[in-house]
Design a protein. Structure first.
Length: 274
């Protein structure tokens, strides 16, 4: 988009850069590079002052700073402004006459000031790597069969459980997912497996935790209430049956855990002992 105006960036009386300014809607200010001659800290401090002035004096609600994601200098400046990185807008800006990915940083009215520790860690939390965390439970019957769920969104069957939400304890997530998926509240026991999952079918890498979900009678499955959307049915399966139904990775690790649950937590990579 064509900028509405350009703003001079100063360090005292010295001009150290310029910003393109876009006002896509009332209360929103979008900044991007036009030129830069100053050092990282100089530029970051000046841009931070511009953003604070816009919020405090102009009643702007949101100031964003959009920089080329591959430009290490620009990203460092954006980080030191204290703005939080909100994501990568793929192929959204022009760099050297070619489309490129943009890193979007922003601050809004009410964000903590970057001069204090809490404000700084807000920014750090937004740029540091995050992994998906998955919690499943291994639930068996008295014969050692494993409870597996047939899903409505993929061909391989799954253990009860699912994705851990931000701020949620992993064991509590497994318990919540079991309630949501098959309608039963169970006590989630000790941690049996920690498994690192490599990137797969478009997913990034992740950590998966397998908890002891307890032992039940054969009729336990008759008391379950699959949600009919995510989970279509749940069945007891022997280890051989389970390994035919689950993913290759899941089959490998179930072979390590069933029929004897390990005394110590297993640390795996891609379903195999490290």
């Amino acid at each position: 988009m064509t900028p509405d105006s350009q703003m001079t960036v100063r360090d005292g009386e010295a001009i150290i850069g310029a910003l393109d300014v876009l006002r896509p809607q009332p209360g929103v200010l979008v900044l991007s590079w036009a030129s830069a001659t100053g050092a990282i800290n100089q530029l970051a401090g000046a841009i931070r002052a511009i953003a604070r002035d816009a919020i405090d004096r102009e009643q702007i609600s949101r100031v964003s700073f959009v920089v080329p994601a591959s430009d290490t200098f620009a990203v460092q400046v954006a980080m030191r402004t204290g703005m939080r990185r909100e994501g990568i807008a793929r192929m959204s800006i022009v760099v050297n006459e070619q489309l490129a990915d943009a890193a979007v940083f922003a601050t809004i009215a009410g964000d903590p000031a970057t001069e204090n520790y809490g404000g700084f860690t807000h920014m750090l939390d937004s740029v540091m790597a995050k992994k998906r965390l998955i919690s499943h439970a291994i639930m068996t019957d008295h014969a050692g069969r494993i409870l597996l769920c047939r899903t409505g969104f993929k061909s391989d069957w799954e253990l009860p459980g699912g994705i851990v939400e931000p701020g949620e304890p992993p064991a509590a997530a497994a318990r919540r997912e079991i309630i949501e998926e098959i309608g039963v509240d169970v006590q989630v026991g000790r941690l049996l497996v920690v498994d690192w999952l490599p990137p797969y079918l478009g997913w990034g890498d992740a950590l998966e935790l397998l908890y002891d979900g307890g032992e039940y009678d054969e009729e336990f499955v008759d008391r379950l209430s699959p949600d009919g959307r995510e989970i279509l049915e749940a069945q007891w399966c022997t280890l051989a049956q389970a390994q035919d139904r689950v993913s290759e990775l899941n089959a490998r690790r179930l072979g390590l855990v069933i029929p004897v649950k390990p005394v110590d937590t297993l640390h795996l990579e891609s379903g195999s002992l490290t």
